[in-house]
Design a binder for this molecule. Structure first.
Ligand SMILES: [Zn+2]
Length: 322
């Protein structure tokens, strides 16, 4: 042992005595190389635990895993990974036009329970408007003014009454009807243009209805087409039911020339057909070719151009910005 130590000491003494400057460069390179290998190894270990790698392991192509990891929060990525399902639905969801990040877990949950093979765009729409069974009815946010949302999940209390009600003149309705003054003005302009274009005379059958009025309407009519009190847009003063002198019956009016013209042109006057035929499965309301809602020209145009319902517009453009 003593001999070995003596030998090592002798070797170090000899080594340090020599001129080893020529070794400085290769030693530095070797040290840097070792350092690089260590750094790369650490990076590899970190990457294995990254969201991108964990999502990639679920079966997503690396480009999609990268986008998902960059978009989802850590909690959402954990939730996706915890599903352990290789159906790779997350990326198609993310690519949907009306995808809302906060709703991500609800989209996944809705998809998981769906047994009907519903389209991904419909999953997004249904969850956005609160028709995935996770939303309880809440008071309508009346601060949204002309864009307030009243439906099966948003209600007005019995004391709510709009402050700027105006009366339609006699050429617009069979009996006295009121609506917000902007709605009255919009309808008159629509009525005049419809007359010019189709020769038919539009009429308002029903407009503002108080909470108490709605109780009576609800009792008297087919429940499929009448909202429960508090859940009727007619209480906002922004909704009107329209037919024409030529086609006073609601369903006939929907198929008439003026009914078709109104649907195609009402957005230019700030009005929308509130319950369109193609989207009744999203709305949860039956098609009503007579029920118009005022939302203002800009919003009506956007809803028309994008082919969405007001509920979807509200969820994506108004509520998402809360
Ligand atoms: Zn109506």
């Amino acid at each position: 042992m003593q001999g070995t130590l003596q030998s090592i000491k002798h070797f170090i003494k000899e080594w340090t005595a020599r001129d080893n400057r020529w070794l400085a460069v290769p030693c530095t390179i070797a040290a840097l190389f070792v350092l690089l290998v260590l750094v790369k190894s650490c990076q590899g270990i970190v990457y294995l635990h990254s969201n991108e790698c964990r999502i990639y392991k679920l079966g997503y192509p690396i480009e999609q895993a990268r986008v998902l990891a960059a978009t989802l929060s850590d909690e959402q990525a954990d939730s996706l990974i915890a599903r352990q399902e290789h159906d790779t639905i997350a990326y198609p969801l993310l690519s949907e036009r009306y995808f809302i990040l906060d709703n991500f877990d609800r989209y996944l949950a809705f998809h998981k329970t769906d047994t009907t093979g519903i389209a991904i765009s419909d999953i997004v729409a249904l969850v956005n408007v609160g028709r995935d069974g996770k939303t309880i009815a809440a008071p309508c946010d009346t601060s949204k003014g002309l864009l307030m949302l009243v439906n099966g999940r948003h209600y007005l209390d019995e004391t709510y009454k709009p402050s700027d009600l105006a009366t339609f003149n006699k050429t617009c309705c069979y009996e006295d009807q009121k609506a917000l003054s902007v709605v009255v003005d919009a309808f008159v302009a629509l009525q005049q243009e419809c007359k010019k274009q189709t020769g038919a005379h539009l009429m308002v059958n029903s407009a503002y209805r108080s909470y108490a009025d709605q109780i009576g309407t609800y009792k008297r009519n087919d429940k499929r087409y009448v909202a429960t009190p508090g859940h009727s847009e007619h209480q906002t003063g922004l909704a009107i039911d329209v037919t024409s002198l030529q086609h006073p019956l609601k369903w006939e009016f929907g198929k008439s020339k003026e009914g078709v013209w109104m649907r195609e042109n009402c957005h230019r006057y700030g009005l929308i057909l509130r319950y369109p035929e193609k989207q009744s499965h999203i709305m949860g309301y039956s098609y009503e070719p007579w029920h118009m809602r005022y939302v203002g020209v800009e919003t009506a145009k956007r809803i028309h151009d994008e082919g969405i319902t007001f509920d979807e517009y509200y969820a994506f453009y108004l509520e998402r910005e809360k």
